[in-house]
Design a protein around this ligand. Structure first.
Ligand SMILES: Nc1ncnc2c1ncn2[C@@H]1O[C@H](COP(=O)(O)OP(=O)(O)OP(=O)(O)O)[C@@H](O)[C@H]1O
Length: 272
């Protein structure tokens, strides 16, 4: 297992990248330059973390990839899709799922109905939508909780429902904005494991925003380290540890070493 670094250019990926970010900057109306000149290629099927301190533009970048807000300059494109330039438009129904830090569930609807929402919006017939939502809930470990309301579920379970809802359309890419930040450590570890298993099985591209070095190393094949003021990419690290990763990996010397290297990079990025 090694951790390699290429700080000068984005990592090349096998085949056509799923998403290409070229010279993307974002300045908000109040003058804040949230993201400056970011270049990234997101390889199909990769697990990528965006790691950085608060305010380095991770969320802004993730939201732009999702089409939630356009870059001020530069382009975001989906090379595999015709006319897929996303520089100025919204995601236009693109094949993606988004998980926010807050599970954002409908409190008046049970878990099954929450997961069914995207299918309902797409006009999928009720019986089929129910079957697909139930299957997705089972995949995130919530078989038997279909009829439970959000108030009856723990924080971790609510996040599982949110992930099921994001994946129920079987998107090519799952964008996650610090989804486990509010959870206790044990729940967080369990969700990390289950997310990896899901990714391994379903093979979507995963982009995971975090400020935890430990979480980014545990999950990712690649860590994009960002710095703040203005938000920019400082390093692009490749984590070449085998999957499946489990408790044994989490307690290994190799994991500790990888965390040390990533942590040093992060400290350099924030100027310490
Ligand atoms: N809508 C907005 N209007 C003005 N400034 C904004 C807006 N959204 C974000 N910012 C600013 O842009 C910068 C980057 O914010 P962003 O939320 O992308 O960072 P982040 O790395 O995700 O931070 P955190 O880890 O705290 O969520 C910050 O300085 C933030 O205050």
């Amino acid at each position: 297992m090694t951790l390699t670094m290429d700080e000068t250019k984005p990592q090349s990926t096998a085949g056509i990248p799923l998403v290409t970010v070229r010279h993307v900057s974002k300045r908000f109306a109040n003058g804040t330059l949230a993201v400056r000149d970011v270049d990234l290629e997101l390889g199909a099927g990769q697990f990528i973390s965006l790691l950085g301190p608060s305010g380095c533009g991770k969320s802004t970048l993730l939201r732009m990839i999702a089409g939630l807000g356009a870059p001020t300059s530069g382009t975001i494109s989906w090379p595999g899709e015709q006319g897929a330039d996303q520089g100025t438009a919204g995601h236009g129904g693109r094949d993606l799922g988004f998980v926010f830090q807050d599970p954002t569930l409908m409190p008046w609807a049970n878990a099954l109905a929450n997961v069914m929402l995207p299918l309902k919006l797409k006009g999928v017939p009720r019986a089929e939508a129910e079957a697909r939502a139930a299957e997705m809930l089972a995949l995130v470990g919530l078989k038997g909780f279909e009829k439970s309301y959000p108030r009856e579920l723990s924080g971790g379970m609510k996040m599982r429902v949110s992930i099921a809802r994001a994946l129920v359309m079987r998107p090519k890419i799952l964008l996650m904005d610090e989804p486990f930040a509010a959870l206790d450590e044990i729940t967080r570890h369990r969700l990390n494991d289950d997310l990896l298993e899901l990714w391994w099985r379903e093979r979507f591209t995963a982009v995971f925003v975090t400020h935890s070095v430990f979480e980014s190393v545990y999950l990712s094949q690649r860590i994009v380290v960002m710095a703040a003021r203005p938000g920019r990419v400082m390093a692009d690290l490749s984590v070449e540890a085998d999957y499946p990763r489990d408790e044994l990996f989490r307690t290994s010397g190799e994991y500790a070493h990888l965390c040390r290297v990533a942590s040093t990079k992060l400290k350099e990025a924030i100027g310490r």
